[in-house]
Design a binder for this molecule. Sequence first.
Ligand code: PLP
Length: 417
Amino acid sequence: MQLSSFGQKFALESGISSLMDDLGTALGENPDLIFMGGGNPGRVPAAEELFSRRLSDILADGQRRHEMLGVYQAPQGDLSFRQELATFLHQRLGWPVGADNIAIANGSQSAFFILYNMFAGPMPDGTERRIHLPLSPEYVGYRDIGLGEDFFSATRPMIERLEDRRFKYHVAFDELSLDSGVAALCLSRPGNPTGNMVTDDEIERLDSIARQHDVPLIIDGAYGLPFPSLIYGDGRPFWNENTILMLSLSKLGLPGVRTGIVIATPAIAQAFARANTVVSLASGTLGPSLLRGTLADGSLERLCREALQPFYAERRAQTLAAIDRHRGDLPIWTHSAEGAFFLWLWCEGLPIDSMALYERLKARGVIVLPGNDFFIGTGENWAHRKECIRLSYAGDPGRIGEGVRLIMDELYRAYEA
Ligand SMILES: Cc1ncc(COP(=O)(O)O)c(C=O)c1O
């Protein structure tokens, strides 16, 4: 097989694809593994009910069924859904958007691939531009997404130590200086892997820095506002003409539906849709069909507030309590869990690399994600990047409690050795 540069970059093994293969093999060999590694949402009965009821209604109606299964959508995606979403954003959040500001994609991952490469990489004048992460660790799915080399740069965060062995990353504004090679700023909010809800004040400051440099601020709202709204503290939704907000239906409980949403200026939404047409021809209709009507009648907001948030908030509390119970005097710091469904553990001074910890935990029947790969663009020479792991608390609470016990037990061994 003779591969192009594109083929070599995307089709050959990368760190993250080997890790994913390894996870798959481990699960295949031992289905009893306690899986705290993935980004899969939990099974929330009210969400399953809402979406299956809607699906049955659509399937029972010949015309709607045909519109969902038998028709290619316009490049920016299902118009009536985009209109309903725009009305919702306008009425509920006061954002000056219409259907033109919105484009539908086949999952936000593929939307990021298009969007990032639209802005960064080789430029027509021969220079190179890159995406800057104002706070890294960041979502590992960005890591290999760039067509160009050195696609990301990042600013290492400031670490604030809080009571009860909690900590929080903040944007290190003193270190955040952008040069002309920066094409856009991007952050996930709430953050994957940390659950960090970058504060409203930090967002305002990032917005003003982005404007000063005439680059967009991309906010990855896969877990955030206005839906699925997996946020357990403060934080306002944010959008203006210089923002590109990326949403996803996945964490509502619909990762199989593959729907992402881009909210930007009409020019950016249209440019995105053109590129998306080249790659995908059209975006899928299932996600927009399932959601149609749920924004207008308030049922989606209710689902987020009354079912999804309490579901994850309860698991979060149980998992934090299990960590506090088993941690003893280990120097394990938990990132302030303000959103999403992950806990980010910083094992300060860990004598082994987090990848070695991952291997040891796997051998004991529990899967976590080693932190190393999340530190995109931070450079290697930072001990902190080898001292972190990510746990998902979306799964069964009883199993998670046992998982936490095993993790802490293994950490005791690692620190004692
Ligand atoms: C922060 C973040 N952004 C984007 C995605 C991509 O999600 P999807 O392609 O399912 O919309 C994920 C998936 O886990 C994520 O965690």
